[in-house]
Ligand binder design. Structure first.
Ligand code: NAD
Length: 454
């Protein structure tokens, strides 16, 4: 099956239509119309799969990609143009330029948490760069998978963009096939499997992974603001966000106050019964539910802890008096459980964070610029915020990606275009002048070269 898909894609790519700028822009436009047409169905699918409120579904998935389509469409011609660059003096009558070419056929594999956005957003970059694309949405979110397939089949010809559905078996076949590029968003564990499979065929990869993203709340932080912005970023999509705050390090002198303010904020946002809230999502499936519930250590619950498997509900939960040997600190939590730890000396907290795998995001709440800079300069992480959480992802003007264990490569905005383009470095020489200096026999010309290359 995968061989047949790849054959069709190669055939489509060889026609060179996807390299035509108008062709690309026309399809981006068609996609925009189709997403608009099916907006209600997409939002309903997200609600079914993840209990996602329509507001969140629009802001973080549908509207998010609509905005990207506008941004890419507006800038694509500029990005795709040859870039003229300088030429060294020792190459006279020469022009140098970089030309961007598509890789060919790109495989995009998505996770369950933002199942629409994390498939469509990278696809926009792949199409913009002139590739054909095979999409493999998460099989954990079947309603969204179905609507993605409906839209793609309606907008794109067979062989240009295709959606492959199904479980692990088909994904294994896909990643072991000779695509020209693989773009994967998901866990560190599966990321390693993808990279190993891709390495066998020397297929280049982008890996958008996860990890434990810390928040430091320093003693001078504005605690009202910190509480609101942390609670929002953590419990958005019921904690199933790759850049969600995973745990908090709070200065001992303000930890108690911060805990109280976060508890109050949870109640303001979701009411005293989050179970009844229209604005609070659910856990994706019972496997994830069981994993998360096993992380709630009841004696350490400061707030929340309630759960109901029938409706895949876990209350926004804060754990206090946590240490690194607690189970909740072993792996990325990826759910609505927020452990809080205290520190006396911020340098100690930074040192401990640095001893762990590099996180996807890092957040510092402090009013002191030297503390802000000390933390972001010392800790290596994908990206982050000063006095906020999550928002650095919501901009087309900066690349988004991890470092070390949290990923390889980046995208968003123009970086999406460049990620899916190979940069060909070109030299165009005049035939009018023939420099003999570089040709043998060299004789004693080494001294001349010494004068030029120094
Ligand atoms: P996952 O790694 O379990 O699955 C991701 C995709 O890989 C799915 O489509 C899945 O079907 C497929 N897959 C699973 N096992 C596979 C295997 N053995 N071989 C081949 N493919 C396989 O991730 P998930 O549970 O869907 O999502 C959660 C993870 O994704 C978290 O770690 C989160 O941090 C990360 N994530 C990262 C980003 C980012 O942009 N960096 C965004 C969202 C989620």
């Amino acid at each position: 099956m995968v061989n047949e898909i790849l054959r069709k894609h190669k055939e489509f790519f060889e026609k060179n239509n996807t390299k035509d700028m108008d062709f690309r822009l026309r399809h981006l436009d068609k996609l925009r119309s189709s997403i608009k047409k099916y907006e209600k169905e997409i939002l309903e699918a997200l609600k079914d799969d993840l209990g996602k409120p329509h507001f969140e579904g629009y802001a973080t998935e549908v509207g998010y990609v609509m905005d990207s389509i506008s941004f890419i469409s507006k800038n694509l011609k500029k990005w795709a143009k040859d870039k003229n660059v300088k030429t060294p003096k020792h190459q006279p009558l020469t022009k140098s330029f970089v030309r961007y070419e598509p890789y060919g056929t790109v495989l995009i594999i998505g996770p369950f948490n933002y199942p629409f956005q994390l498939i469509i957003e990278p696809m926009l970059g792949a199409i913009a760069a002139g590739n054909t694309v095979v999409l493999k949405p998460s099989h954990d979110t079947v309603k969204t998978e179905a609507i993605i397939k409906k839209i793609i089949d309606e907008v794109f010809d067979d062989g240009y963009v295709n959606v492959v559905t199904g479980g692990r078996e088909i994904t294994t076949e896909l990643i072991n096939s000779k695509f020209d590029y693989i773009f994967f968003t998901g866990s560190v564990k599966v990321g390693k499997i993808i990279m190993e499979a891709a390495a066998k065929n020397l297929v280049p990869v982008t890996l958008e992974l996860g990890g434990k993203s810390p928040v430091i709340v320093h003693e001078d932080a504005n605690l009202d603001i910190a509480a609101k912005r942390i609670v929002w970023g953590k419990f958005l999509n019921a904690g199933q966000t790759c850049v969600a705050p995973d745990y908090i390090y709070a200065h001992n002198s303000i930890k108690g106050k911060l805990l109280e303010k976060m508890k109050k904020t949870i109640q303001e946002f979701y009411g005293t019964e989050a179970k009844e809230s229209e604005d609070y999502g659910k856990i994706v499936n019972s496997r994830q539910f069981d994993r998360l519930v096993s992380l709630i250590d009841t004696p350490k619950v400061f707030h929340g802890g309630d759960h109901d498997k029938n409706i895949l509900y876990i209350e926004p939960t804060i754990l206090d008096n946590i240490g690194w040997d607690d189970k909740v600190m072993e792996d990325e939590i990826f759910g609505p459980i927020l452990p809080v730890m205290g520190y006396e000396d911020i340098n100690e907290a930074v040192k401990i964070i640095k001893s762990k795998p590099k996180p996807l995001a890092f957040y510092i709440f402090s009013e002191n610029e030297s503390i802000q800079n000390m933390t972001i300069d010392n800790i290596s992480f994908g990206g982050g915020c000063i006095n906020d959480t999550v928002s650095h992802v919501a901009t087309p003007y900066m690349p988004f990606g991890g470092v070390g264990n949290s990923g390889i490569g980046s995208y968003h905005g123009k970086d999406s275009f460049y990620t899916f383009s190979h940069a060909k470095s070109m030299i165009k020489k005049s035939s009018k002048l023939n420099m003999k200096l570089i040709f043998p026999p060299y004789k004693d010309r080494i001294n001349m070269v010494r004068k030029i290359l120094k």
